[in-house]
Design a protein around this ligand. Structure first.
Ligand code: FAD
Length: 283
């Protein structure tokens, strides 16, 4: 693997847009706490079909007003070119020059795919609309996307997003560092050289994590699963073990040249900031 100079590494935190006043207040406190670590940026997720469009933008603007760089996510499934154009114009007007472009998933029961099929279509459209004036991140899947026909096809589809104009990628979370190293080697062999930053999911609530991992195709290795299951509702032990496992994973990724870390915070500061401090990250 290509070892990236430490000063070029990018560290970021992901939030989802809160729905309630209480959630907004809690997220402001989380932003204050994580902001002290000086991450390169915060990103804010986007609901399928534009369901969080306004809240995503509001959250991004709040983070910017607190003095930090922020990138909205934008998903394209179930949307039209006209509505994405409007969202892009809005982002542009607000001085947003960095976003995460995704296909998204339709909620169950919704069938209309809209005018975009894949994230690569959205990346191409953003480039058409905004030219080079924007930095575009896309999603990558070291353990492959759950709907992909084959690993090789999934890699080719990832390559399309980069060829369509993406500048860098953030991965789905994983707990097996070798899957990431192999993915990077495969990408390099295919001529993909953009930074691919590992997505990191702290372990806080085992049953929620197991359910989510099932849906998004992230494997929880058997030895980790059995240990977590064994703790049953002993939350303190789950968290302590989770912090050890995830810190070791991050350490190994950075030791082997990962170009940064992107934390899926679930709007909580505690686990991500503890891992960050244990790693001694100086962003
Ligand atoms: P794509 O890259 O389009 O891939 C989706 C599937 O289609 C893959 O199986 C791929 O192999 C296949 N495919 C791609 N191109 C082709 C082609 N030309 N022909 C045939 N098959 C093809 N979801 C949200 O709703 N909102 C968010 O904010 C959000 N943020 C995310 C952030 C990150 C870092 C990650 C990793 C995921 C995020 N997701 C989000 C989840 C994501 O939307 C889902 O994983 C979704 O199922 C795939 O999105 P994608 O952008 O990777 O899709």
């Amino acid at each position: 693997m290509d070892i990236r100079p430490i000063q070029q590494r990018k560290y970021s935190f992901e939030f989802f847009p809160p729905k309630t006043e209480e959630g907004i207040e809690r997220l402001n406190a989380t932003t204050l706490q994580l902001g002290q670590l000086s991450p390169h940026f915060f990103s804010v997720t986007y609901g399928a079909g534009g369901s969080t469009r306004d809240r995503t933008l509001e959250t991004v603007l709040t983070i910017k007003n607190m003095g930090h760089a922020a990138a909205p996510h934008l998903s394209c499934i179930g949307t039209t070119r006209a509505s994405v154009r409007e969202t892009l114009a809005n982002y542009s007007q607000q001085g947003i020059r960095h976003m995460v472009a995704l296909r998204g998933d339709l909620p169950s029961g919704m069938v209309a795919a809209g005018e975009f099929r894949y994230a690569s279509d959205l990346v191409a459209f953003i480039r058409e609309e905004l030219g080079e004036d924007i930095s575009i991140e896309v999603a990558a899947y070291p353990e492959y996307h759950p709907q992909c026909g084959s690993a090789q096809q999934d890699l080719l589809h990832f390559k399309r997003k980069i060829e369509a104009g993406a500048n860098s990628a953030i991965t789905q979370y994983f707990y097996n560092a070798d899957a990431y190293f192999r993915f990077i080697d495969d990408c390099t062999a295919m001529g993909i050289y953009v930074p691919i930053v590992p997505g990191i999911m702290p372990i806080n609530n085992y049953f929620q994590l197991a359910r989510f991992s099932e849906i998004c195709g992230a494997e929880i290795p058997r030895w980790i699963r059995l240990r977590l299951e064994g703790y049953r509702d002993d939350i303190a032990s789950i968290r302590a073990f989770g912090l050890d496992i995830v810190t070791d994973l991050c350490d190994r990724l950075l030791q082997h040249g990962a170009p940064g870390l992107h934390f899926y915070t679930l709007n909580q500061a505690g686990p991500s900031s503890t891992i960050w401090q244990r790693l001694g990250i100086q962003a």
